[in-house]
Design a protein around this ligand. Structure first.
Ligand code: NAD
Ligand code: UDP
Length: 312
């Protein structure tokens, strides 16, 4: 049993992680500024004596005693992270320094929720961890991409300079229940549009690809990465099954039974054309980790969640 800090713990991934850690018997401190997180995601944990909630912003230092830190605090959807780009950069840089400082003082191991966005609009396919990426440093996504790249560099330099125990996880598109229905990401948009009988907004021609990992597979990979001793990372965690956005729209229509049409909207600037993880490293270091939930099954669970949440 350990005391574990989860920053961004009221968010989509963070709340599922809190659930798993509590189930395992750990003491969990969930820290969140509620920028994109929701109380409803952790409400069921509030009465649990092993669960504590702190409203705090990681851009400001915090003094706690913990054994491990999962640093998930950062808006993840392009709409949310571009809302206040300077704040997004501060969260991934100043916030990262604060969390690394805390880890150093407590001699705690820290896992950083990094991202496939470190690869930018990749010229190598599928993406392996040793690919350095193709990122526009001044584009609209740079507040997120470059912030996360600096965060990785900070982690590695704290490791090299101070012997800090770090773990770097490069997360590819992940979806599932508790994803905010209004966060603008493709799966939440498509499902809520389909359930309301509205057109599914496909950006551009819809030929761009993403690889979608179900949340339970992500959290399993995250905990295995934190607890293994062989590598500090980076390690890709994602589902290597790749879909175009048009294929995704078709799957969402099937999962919802909706007869919505598809509406093509303008493609956002610097939207990556393709994205697919090479998960060889994850398999090698994380006890043969690989996704267990296929898109059809995961979409079914996610549709059920939105139906109940939105009363649709
Ligand atoms: P989310 O927006 O649901 O969760 C992020 C949480 O962090 C929210 O609860 C938010 O309120 C909180 N937060 C934001 N800034 C903060 C700050 N300065 N101080 C304290 N709390 C703050 O997003 P998510 O999908 O759960 O993503 C969690 C992490 O995983 C993020 O770091 C994200 O970059 C990373 N990630 C997610 C995906 C994905 O597909 N879900 C992909 C790549 C990386
Ligand atoms: N997208 C789309 N319609 C939407 C939202 C997103 O076609 O309503 C596309 C977007 O252009 C991108 C992909 O879906 O190519 C994934 O977008 P998302 O915002 O979910 O995450 P990203 O992988 O771009 O960070």
């Amino acid at each position: 049993m350990a005391t574990i800090l989860v920053t961004g713990g009221a968010g989509f991934l963070g709340s599922h992680l809190c659930d798993r850690l509590i189930e395992r018997g750990d003491d969990v401190i969930c820290l969140d500024n509620f920028f994109t997180g929701k109380k409803r995601n952790i409400q069921h944990l509030l009465g649990n004596p092993r669960f504590e909630l702190i409203r705090h912003d990681i851009v400001h230092p915090v003094f706690l005693e913990v054994d491990q830190i999962y640093n998930l605090a950062c808006p993840a959807s392009p709409e949310a992270y571009q809302y206040n780009p300077i704040k997004t950069i501060k969260t991934s840089t100043v916030g990262m320094v604060n969390m690394l400082g805390l880890a150093k003082r407590c001699k705690a191991r820290i896992l950083q929720a990094s991202t496939s966005e470190c690869y930018g609009d990749p010229e190598v396919h599928p993406q392996q961890e040793d690919y350095w990426g193709h990122v526009n440093p001044i584009g609209p996504r740079s507040c997120y991409d470059e912030g996360k790249r600096v965060a990785e560099s900070l982690c590695m330099n704290y490791h090299l300079s101070h012997g800090l125990e770090i773990r770097i996880m490069r997360i590819f598109n992940t979806y599932g229940p508790r994803m905010d229905p209004n966060d603008g990401r493709v799966i939440s948009n498509f499902i809520t549009q389909a359930l309301r009988g509205e057109p599914l907004t496909v950006y551009g021609e819809g030929k761009q690809t993403r690889s979608f990992c179900y949340v339970s597979d992500n959290i399993e990979g995250m905990m295995r990465l934190m607890d293994q001793e062989e590598t500090v990372g980076p390690v890709n965690i994602g589902n290597p099954t790749e879909n175009t956005m048009l294929e995704l729209a078709e799957q969402v229509l099937q999962a919802t039974g909706s007869s919505s049409k598809v509406a093509h909207l303008e493609l956002p600037k610097d939207d990556p054309k393709q994205r697919c993880p090479d998960i060889t490293r994850a398999k090698q270091y994380l006890n043969n980790w690989e996704p267990q939930v296929d898109l059809k099954t995961g979409l079914k669970q996610t549709v059920a969640y939105y139906k109940e949440l939105l009363n649709l």
